[in-house]
Structures are given as C-alpha cells and as structure tokens.
Design a protein around this ligand. Structure first.
Ligand code: 6PG
Length: 257
C-alpha cells in the first residue's frame, strides 16, 4: 500500500490549476507514448474548473483523440442541469478542445441511479477492462475534497464507502443534489496516479484532519480511505487550504517520482 500522499503547496488557486494542468499533460503524454491512450476520471465540483480551463487554453501538442474522459462521480440530474459535473467539463474542457463524443464517457445522471451505476460500470468494463487485480486501472483520477471529508460522491456514513465488489454505485449526499453516482474506493485506489485538488481557506481544517489526523479523532473520513495500492498519491493545495498543515512539500516540480 502506498504511503502518505505527497502534498504540494501552491501560491494560490491559479498556480495550483496551472501545475495540475501541466502534470495532466505530462502524464497523458507519457501514457500515450507507452500505452497508446490516457484514461482519466474527472472530478466534479468547482475547484477543477480552473484546471480544465487551463488545459483548454494550452497550445499543447497532445493528441487529444487518445484521451479517454471518464467521471469519478455525477449528480443525478440531466446533463443540461447547472449542477451537472458533465456540463461543467463540457463547457470548460470538451467543447473548447473539440473532444469527440466517442472519447467522453458520461455518467447518465438523468436515469435511476441503480441501473445508471450498473450501466456505467459496464461501459468501464468494456472500455478499460479489469486489469490491476480485477479492477480498472485509470492513468489518473482527479479528486476534490468536501468540508465533511467526502471525495467523489463518497459521503461519510453512506453504503458506497463499504462497497467491495462493484466499480460504480449510487451515492447519497446529505445536502444539495442528494442522489449521486460514484466510483468506489477500490477503483480510485487502483489508479496509477491519484491527485486531490484542494483550494481555499474553507478546506484548511478538513485537509489537516485528513492529512495529519490526531489520534483522538473519530473514524476516518472518506478522503482518508484513499490509499493507492501501488499508484502515485498527490495532493495539490493552495496556501490557504494548506494553512493548518505542519509538513508539506513546498512548490516543487510534481514530476518527481
Ligand atoms: C462533486 C465532486 C465533489 C467535490 C467536492 C469539492 O460532484 O461535487 O465530485 O467530491 O470534488 O465536493 O468540491 P469543490 O471543488 O466545489 O470545493
């Protein structure tokens, strides 16, 4: 099991986005050169939007037709709904880059969560296939962190956290869009690279609780259960979100092994 994550602190959300986009392109270039494709699970929420916009604005020579875009989770709303993670990625990344629909694997948030989760798992099995120990191997999984310690749509105290067999299950959020679809922890933990994107002072306390838990603290948060089995484990934080941390790697190149 991989150890504690490498925590990289960036000056602000803009620098975090630029570094995350740079790492995305570097990983994609490496994967395409060695395996002919790059499979990424995108995160929803607001933090990744700046990363997607930065990717869309780079003049990268990357062959985007070799990138397979999946989602780590989705709200159970239609793809045109303002809270849809797909819509956020569509407007900030897919449309500006002209990503063909055949390269975008959308979670059907408009359908009943149970059949929609099973359908998405079938798409993942058909496209990625089980590889590492019977689990799919994403080249990169992007994650965000909620102030309650959730990540993807794995919320505290929900059945999705304990799922050991399925790749995708219905999730349940306590506030906002309650019904969700989410990949399970085993899918996240079998990725080659897991990258948390955490920005803003509002995340400082939960970031410290997840990265530097005190012995007296209660059961681990969903984000605390992310432990890539063999992959690289990274957190990109801005200074505000890292303000309660004691030990971090300052702004170094994230390409180090
Ligand atoms: C979602 C995300 C969720 C998100 C966190 C942080 O669908 O909302 O997958 O896990 O990453 O809630 O969201 P922010 O980036 O908006 O703070």
């Amino acid at each position: 099991m991989a150890g504690a994550p490498e925590a990289h602190v960036h000056q602000d959300a803009q620098e975090l986005a630029a570094e995350a986009a740079d790492l995305f392109l570097w990983l994609a270039d490496q994967a395409i050169a060695t395996r002919g494709q790059f499979a990424v699970a995108l995160s929803g929420g607001t933090t990744p939007k700046a990363v997607y916009r930065t990717l869309a604005s780079t003049q990268s020579k990357l062959d985007w037709t070799k990138v397979l875009f999946f989602f780590g989770d989705e709200r159970c709303v239609p793809p045109s709904h303002e809270d849809s993670n797909f819509l956020m990625a569509q407007t900030s990344l897919f449309q500006p880059l002209g990503i063909p629909e055949t390269r975008i694997f959308r979670m059907a948030g408009e359908l009943d969560p149970e059949p929609a989760s099973r359908a998405y798992e079938a798409i993942m099995r058909r496209t990625l296939g089980p590889s590492s120990g019977g689990w799919p191997r994403f080249d990169l999984v992007l994650l965000g962190l909620g102030e309650d310690g959730h990540t993807a749509s794995l919320f505290p105290g929900t059945p999705a956290l304990g799922e050991q067999i399925r790749w995708v299950v219905p999730g349940f959020a306590p506030v906002g869009i309650k019904h969700r679809l989410t990949v399970t922890l085993n899918v996240i933990n079998h990725a080659d690279v897991v990258l948390f994107l955490v920005a803003g002072a509002g995340k400082a306390q939960i970031a410290r609780k997840v990265l530097e838990p005190s012995s007296s603290e209660a059961a681990p948060y969903p984000a605390s259960l992310v432990h890539p089995t063999a992959g690289r484990y990274l957190w990109f934080l801005d200074k505000a979100a890292a303000s309660d941390l004691t030990v971090t790697k300052q702004h170094l190149s994230s390409r180090e092994e």
